[in-house]
Design a protein around this ligand. Structure first.
Ligand SMILES: *Cc1c(COP(=O)(O)O)cnc(C)c1O
Ligand SMILES: [Zn+2]
Length: 401
């Protein structure tokens, strides 16, 4: 019998205990407090790589393994370039260096992957309004897709969040609150607001909502497809909440089960900033959970997450793939951002630059071999961080050159 279905979503599983949930009802966390993961009836998927390759170049080409059943809210997101970085690769001694360039997205960061899928799924489940705390890029993406879906949104952001992300959220008509505090304070205020809303506001906070990870996992599908349905040796990811890394690992395992990918899995690397590195500390201690990082601070605001809710899932993915975790200081990150623009012409975000700085260090230590193929994730455009680059100014009459 041939089962035709846009999505093969079957149910939601708790990532920690054995609870199972109906995927066609609205859910947040499991009763045990852990994130829920979408599961598919992969055995009933009849399409394969050859069918996918003829589809339009958006992340919806993997719709059988995405949770949206009928109503896709799209701005053409996905299938971003997998760029060779030959000059930087030569400089680092890693000739097989590639960058998945997720700077090319509506709202300028890969948060659009999670927002497109998360908002689409919420909309078809009947959600009319959502609320979330955000450091910036997530809010920019969710409020944009929310506006396209005709949803009302409420966002709380630290007052220190980048101006561009405030502007992007405000222009969508989102109800934006700036808070004199950090992301945790914003989360508490949003939590209280949701509790008072009598079910009117959906909690769209990271990992408290099961579907953004499904959007982010398409990074894994795209990398494997763009390499001709095989994995690289190493994938290097700038890790905040770790949703993308957990998603890539989930995608790799799904593709293996589907028979779309054979051979060993790539080693996954979590890159963090020296000023906020709870996963690196946990990895180095051989722990299965992280402890909250005090006074987090880095220019790479997208990875400023002092205690990720999915820390145990990130660490599991690192251990299971013989991966590693490494912290990079802001000075190294910004120098690498400039080097990348100079040698490769591409203006990447600090989070993406941190992965390149990590590649150089891992090559120097021998953890990455010269012959290995390494894919780094650039998760956003440098255009979103204009304040991090100094440009000297001359006075009239100064001598040029
Ligand atoms: C949110 C964000 C990250 C981290 O994403 P996670 O998958 O939650 O770890 C990395 N880079 C940028 C630019 C981001 O906005
Ligand atoms: Zn549970």
């Amino acid at each position: 019998m041939r089962i035709m279905s846009f999505s093969h979503l079957s149910h939601l599983d708790c990532s920690r205990c054995a609870e199972r949930y109906d995927a066609d009802e609205i859910h947040n966390l499991c009763v045990c407090g852990s994130p829920l993961l979408a599961r598919y009836d992969l055995g009933s998927v009849t399409v394969g790589p050859a069918d996918i390759s003829g589809r339009p170049p958006t992340l919806w080409r993997y719709h059988e393994v995405l949770p949206v059943r009928e109503r896709v809210i799209s701005m053409g997101e996905g299938m971003t370039p997998l760029l060779p970085l030959p000059a930087l690769g030569r400089e680092f001694g890693v000739p097989g260096l590639l960058m998945k360039d997720d700077g090319l997205f509506p709202t300028g960061s890969f948060k659009a992957r999670g927002a497109a899928v998360g908002v689409s799924r919420a909309a078809e489940l009947g959600v009319r309004a959502f609320a979330m705390p955000s450091n910036g890029n997530a809010s920019a993406a969710w409020t944009a897709y929310g506006a396209r879906a005709g949803m009302r949104s409420v966002v709380a952001m630290p007052e220190s969040a980048p101006l561009i992300n405030r502007t992007e959220s405000a222009i969508t008509g989102s109800q934006l609150y700036l808070v004199r505090g950090h992301i945790g304070d914003c989360g508490q205020m949003i939590g209280a607001l949701i509790a008072r809303s009598n079910g009117e506001l959906f909690d769209a906070s990271t990992l408290k909502e099961p579907y953004r990870i499904e959007g982010k996992k398409t990074m894994g599908y795209e990398i494997v497809e763009q390499l001709g349905w095989r994995s690289p040796d190493v994938i290097v990811y700038p890790t905040g909440g770790g949703v993308g890394l957990i998603g890539i690992y989930k995608a790799l395992r799904e593709m293996r089960e589907l028979g779309w990918l054979t051979g060993p899995l790539p080693r996954l690397v979590a890159v963090q900033a020296g000023g906020c590195a709870p996963i690196v500390a946990a990895f180095e201690a051989g722990a299965t959970e992280s402890t909250a990082w005090p006074n987090p601070k880095t220019v790479a605001f997208g990875i400023t997450v002092p205690k990720p809710l999915g820390d145990f899932l990130i660490l599991e993915a690192l251990y299971a793939t013989n991966g590693t975790a490494i912290a990079v200081d802001d000075t190294d990150t910004l120098a690498t951002q400039a080097l990348c623009a100079r040698l490769e012409g591409t203006f990447i975000c600090p989070e993406g630059a941190a992965t390149l700085a990590a590649v150089r260090r891992l090559r120097d230590s021998g953890w990455i071999k010269e012959t290995e193929e390494v894919v780094v994730l650039n998760t956003g455009s440098g255009l979103k961080y204009p304040a991090e680059v100094d440009v000297p100014t001359l006075d009239p009459g100064d001598r040029l050159g």
